[in-house]
Unconditional design. Structure first.
Length: 444
């Protein structure tokens, strides 16, 4: 079976096995990997301390030791999960659970000491001793996930090491052996603690980088809005000031019955019409996208985001309206790759063939939205789910807008997956007869 039906705005759809992983963002994937790494530590504890007891002693005592270790490992998994949520700000600090883990570690250690002291000598003592020292090491390493600060981490590991040394006195161990055992717990527990904290630091760094990426996108939008506002102010500020002055002059002249008032109002009308034209030019420049500029910008933005961008083909010799339409395709595709996909490589190709300009944007790292969904060229939700990079905004308004722009120049747009994790967006625009001949000459 391919998986369960997944609810969506347009009905159920099949989800492939492992689709939950592909639909995750990069920080979410790292968080899942980190969380299950901590759980894997607990599994290692069960196998290394509990299961191996069956080869060292009888089945009865081995079962008791294995159950104690399994209970301790389960509490470790719970504390690690809650501590990870705490570091991400989703839950309060799991103080009670950490105390519970400390108490369980102490109880398991005391029971292991009792088994080692009262049970048969030899292998039973060795198995119980391994459980005794192991649960203290794992307990110290996990509890440090729920504390902040280097001093507190050292204090937790040191407390477990001191406790390990004190609990050896009922066994009649020499002082030197107790000190060595305490040192071993301190070093091993400290190593697990440092490893766990490094994993948390790496996870927080990934989230910080993702936030910085989002902030950079917002700053780019804000910068473009400021540029547009500045251009509009430069155009309208001066003209409105002149219109106000001339209108005031016309009012004064009109009150005096001077015929020059009509000339001033004609001048006001001329300046107003000129302002309208200049505003249209500003808006047109804001809306138009030159293909050559967009190709260079896409290469720079993708490279800055750590994505290998390969751009082939030239836009020289193409009509302005064709460049504008295809430039918007490049802009929208690049935006969707940065926002929705998890791409490592992006290839942008521009070629002219048989009187048509074909623009192709292909990237890897795209999420697969369905097994046998309809093609993007039909305007389906699957095809409109995020453009090139396709992890999907779901609404497809970006591709719908591109189709409208391309339809103005009789162009077409196709978008959809072409392989495992590969998404391709293809735009085709016919060239006028004279432009087609010139483009073919440039291509040849």
């Amino acid at each position: 079976m391919r998986g369960a039906y997944e609810a969506s705005g347009n009905g159920g759809r099949m989800r492939r096995p492992g689709g939950w992983w592909r639909l995750k963002s990069t920080p979410e994937k790292v968080e899942t990997y980190t969380r299950w790494s901590f759980h894997f530590f607990a599994v290692i504890e069960v196998f290394a301390l509990g299961v191996t007891a069956y080869g060292r002693t009888g089945a009865g005592l081995a079962t008791v030791l294995c159950l104690l270790v399994a209970a301790h490992a389960a509490v470790c998994m719970l504390v690690a999960s809650r501590a990870l949520d705490w570091t991400r700000g989703r839950r309060p600090q799991p103080v009670r659970l950490m105390w519970v883990l400390g108490a369980v570690s102490a109880v398991v250690s005391v029971v292991a000491v009792a088994i080692a002291e009262r049970g048969p000598a030899g292998e039973v003592e060795t198995a119980a001793g391994s459980v005794y020292g192991g649960v203290l090491c794992f307990g110290a390493g996990v509890i440090t996930l729920g504390v902040s600060g280097r001093r507190r981490m050292i204090a937790v590991v040191g407390a477990f090491a001191v406790g390990a040394g004190l609990l050896t006195f009922p066994l009649g161990m020499p002082v030197l052996a107790s000190v060595v055992l305490a040192g071993l717990v301190f070093v091993t527990g400290g190593f697990l603690a440092v490893t766990s904290l490094f994993s948390l630091w790496l996870l927080n760094a990934v989230y910080a980088l993702d936030d910085a990426k989002e902030t950079r996108s917002r700053l780019a939008v804000a910068e473009e809005r400021l540029r547009f506002g500045r251009d509009l102010h430069d155009v309208m500020g001066r003209n409105l000031a002149v219109i106000a002055l001339k209108s005031e002059l016309a009012v004064q002249l009109s009150r005096r019955g001077r015929p020059e008032a009509v000339e001033q109002m004609i001048e006001v009308q001329r300046i107003a019409q000129e302002s309208q034209r200049e505003v249209r030019d500003v808006v047109r420049g804001y809306r138009e996208a030159a293909l050559e500029v967009e190709l260079a910008g896409a290469r720079g933005v993708l490279s800055a985001a750590g994505i290998v961008a390969k751009v082939t083909g030239e836009a020289s010799g193409l009509p302005a309206e064709v460049q504008s339409a295809l430039g918007w395709v490049v802009r929208e595709a690049t935006t969707n790759v940065l926002r929705h996909g998890d791409a490592k490589k992006v290839a942008v190709t521009v070629r002219t063939s048989k009187g048509r300009v074909v623009l192709t944007v292909e990237n890897d790292g795209a999420a697969e939205t369905g097994a046998d969904g309809p093609s993007a060229g039909s305007g389906s939700p699957a095809g409109a789910a995020g453009g090139a990079g396709g992890a999907g905004s779901g609404g497809g308004s970006g591709l719908a807008g591109l189709r409208e722009r391309l339809s103005a120049v009789d162009g077409t747009l196709r978008a959809g997956p072409v392989g495992k994790g590969v998404f391709r967006l293809t735009a085709e625009v016919p060239l006028p007869a004279p432009a087609a001949g010139a483009a073919l000459e440039v291509a040849s």
